[in-house]
Design a protein around this ligand. Structure first.
Ligand SMILES: [Zn+2]
Length: 420
């Protein structure tokens, strides 16, 4: 089975043809002729690796009214993702090999073709008390461990998780928020929270825990991955740690690059997310962090919810944004059209670096890599319409926004799984 992608523009190569044989990229050259190959016309389009999402919630098993593996992987394909890592806060919690295997098997049997890599829980039931079946989950195919959504408040448990996880080649994906300091806050603490009469969460809640886990990582000489960094101070802590050689990686999410707590003034609960959207100065620091390598990756934190969980008072609403289908446009709009980075730089943070963090043979277009790629038009203008999402979660604060950059086709292992 041969596939020839002709006439597109590729990162590093420029205008080139790409030949795929048996699901793997075999050649990339200026002009390839290949008899018998199926030809994909990529004229005028950008050909790039499929994006690798280190952080999403597929809600399956148990919360299929929000999302399931079928709808979630279809939405991921439409968003230009070819690999996604799904968090453990399902029902039951993915804290054992049975649930890990269920997710992997269902994704293979019924999913859109996007690779689904489960992230196992750190603690049983996400309760922060006893360690989950980390070794069993690793053997079943989990790629990392995290109690995402429930910060690991017990530093000894975090230490043990880092030690035990690393023995199985798994890094802790660390949702950094000190729950005591969060203190039931629902948005960023500052001028806007005071103005709106909503309870604020201090940025220190995030930074205290980033600092703690940098100290653990440095002391133990073990890797740590910081999830969804949202503050300027968080970026600076990570930058300094990297300079000292700490084995730390980090991600941020598109909504932190695009939104600030000004959006909360609508009282639209679709703006409610953990950690909360911050200030313009934080956005600038996050973008600078992505540009200088402090922040390794962009991850969506795709968190679909049912409308009944969002169309309520701000204080009562659940946190999270449905992010798969807007990530590419929001990032390209902000980072590339905003003149902070080139498409090649964007590929590094959206594809290459996250693939490296979970040690998968993708995220780059070069011979020998899996043929997981997308065709995209970085300039196409369109209007975000949540009603058209393939995700069951329509919860986005970016509905109605005019953006530039659209995913046209998605391929996994050389097979097309999505066409716009
Ligand atoms: Zn989280």
């Amino acid at each position: 089975m041969k596939l020839l992608v002709k006439g597109g523009t590729l990162p590093e190569y420029g205008r080139a043809d790409m030949l795929v044989e048996d699901g793997v990229i075999s050649r990339i050259e200026g002009n390839i002729e290949c008899e018998g190959a199926q030809v994909v016309d990529a004229e005028g389009l950008y050909v790039m690796p499929g994006m690798v999402d280190l952080h999403c919630h597929l809600r399956d098993p148990g919360q299929e009214y929000k999302e399931d593996i079928v709808s979630g992987t279809r939405a991921a394909a439409a968003g230009g993702f070819t690999s996604v890592c799904c968090m453990a806060n399902t029902t039951p919690v993915n804290d054992n090999a049975v649930v890990t295997s269920f997710i992997i098997n269902k994704a293979k049997a019924e999913g859109s073709g996007v690779h689904v890599y489960p992230v196992g829980a750190v603690s049983k039931g996400l309760k922060g008390e006893n360690m989950a079946e980390i070794g069993d989950m690793a053997k079943a195919g989990a790629v990392a461990i995290s109690d995402d959504g429930k910060p690991v408040m017990n530093a000894l448990l975090m230490r043990l998780a880092m030690e035990y996880g690393s023995a199985f080649g798994m890094t802790v994906f660390d949702h950094c928020e000190d729950s005591n300091l969060v203190n039931k806050g629902v948005m960023n603490e500052g001028y806007n929270s005071t103005l709106l009469g909503l309870r604020g969460t201090t940025r220190a809640a995030e930074e205290v825990q980033i600092a703690r886990d940098i100290v653990l990582s440095e002391t133990l000489n073990l890797p740590i991955h910081i999830c969804h960094v949202s503050t300027k101070g968080g970026v600076e802590l990570i930058r300094q740690a990297k300079k000292r050689g700490v084995k730390i990686t980090a991600e941020t999410a598109p909504h932190y690059l695009v939104g600030t707590d000004d959006l909360c003034a609508s009282y639209d609960a679709n703006t409610k997310v953990n950690p909360p959207m911050r200030l313009a100065s934080d956005q600038e620091a996050l973008i600078a962090g992505l540009c200088d390598g402090t922040i390794d990756a962009i991850a969506t934190d795709h968190a679909p919810h049912h409308r009944d969980e969002k169309e309520v008072e701000y204080n009562m609403a659940l946190s999270g944004i449905s992010g798969f289908e807007t990530a590419f446009a929001l990032c390209v709009e902000t980072l590339v059209h905003g003149h902070h980075m080139t498409m090649e730089d964007f590929v590094k943070v959206a594809c290459t670096n996250p693939a490296r963090i979970i040690k998968k043979n993708c995220g780059q277009l070069k011979p020998g890599m899996d043929a997981d790629f997308i065709l995209a038009d970085p300039n196409e203008e369109w209007c975000i319409d949540a009603r058209k999402f393939l995700s069951k979660g329509k919860n986005t604060p970016f509905h109605g926004r005019l953006v530039h950059g659209r995913v046209k086709e998605t391929y996994v292992g050389g097979a097309r799984i999505y066409k716009d």
